[in-house]
Ligand binder design. Structure first.
Ligand SMILES: Cc1ncc(COP(=O)(O)O)c(C=O)c1O
Length: 239
């Protein structure tokens, strides 16, 4: 199910609110080098450069940043930076600093954009999926920049066959028209009570027409791209 809005940052704000609402938890984990927008919730995660942060503190509390697995500039020992980051979250962060049971969601770009166009190692997103499932944490993919055909698939995470609980879209979705979307499994999105979240211009016919035309075009041209792995967890995603 989708909630329509006007921009990427508004989609991220919606995803964060949804995750808090549904989980009853308040903390989040984000990634160094990530870009998620410039409003107070999304800005709390944005860490690709100083300019967006300086002069605006405090933003939304409760966000802990961890390194994004970067095979070109490794921060951890060992060949598999993805596994190292997952171990860091599980053993260091959850072991000593952030109670996993208080974490509502992990917000991540499946391919990190502003932070350097970093393709994560194979296995990283699947590992994040397992970590979230283990602790009842919602996995939020920010596909605002990497989604809607820009990686060769409709959604970048489809290269690894890993499905999120909540996903954010904007940018390419409207081919220049201002539209964003929070997309989530029905079982999650349905939990919002009427009026818990909303806006004025979301879902306006003009932007929706542009998005529909865009999706049709991208769907046709991405159909032939083969996934990098055989995971099929996107099946039945809508439920
Ligand atoms: C991954 C990602 N998320 C969110 C945003 C914010 O989108 P907007 O500028 O439409 O608010 C951006 C913008 O660059 C982005 O790259």
């Amino acid at each position: 199910m989708s909630f329509f809005c006007q921009s990427g940052t508004e989609a991220v704000e919606g995803a964060l609110k949804l995750a808090r609402y549904v989980s009853g938890r308040s903390r989040f984990i984000g990634f160094l080098g990530g870009f998620h927008g410039r409003t107070m919730g999304s800005l709390a995660f944005t860490s690709s450069k100083y300019t967006q942060q300086q002069g605006f503190f405090p933003t939304m509390p409760g966000v802990t940043h961890v390194p994004y697995p970067n095979p070109y500039r490794p921060l951890f020992a060992g060949a598999d930076q993805g596994k190292a980051v997952l171990d860091y979250i599980e053993n260091v962060l959850f072991g000593a600093n952030v109670p996993a049971a208080e974490v509502a969601g992990i917000l991540v770009e499946p391919i990190q954009g502003e932070g350097g166009y970093i393709v994560p190692p194979d296995g990283f997103l699947a590992g994040l999926r397992r970590l979230c499932d283990r602790h009842g944490i919602l996995l939020i993919f920010d596909e605002v920049q990497c989604g809607v055909g820009r990686s060769g698939r409709m959604f970048a995470a489809q290269h690894w066959g890993v499905a999120p609980d909540i996903m954010t879209l904007a940018k390419g979705l409207g081919s220049g028209m201002p539209i964003g979307a929070v997309v989530a499994r029905k079982s999650i999105m349905r939990q919002w009570k009427r009026g818990a979240h909303g806006n004025t211009y979301g879902g306006n016919p003009l932007c929706c027409a542009a998005a529909l035309a865009t999706l049709e075009l991208v769907e046709k041209s991405t159909r032939r791209t083969r996934p990098r792995s055989a995971h099929t967890s996107w099946r039945g995603w809508a439920n």
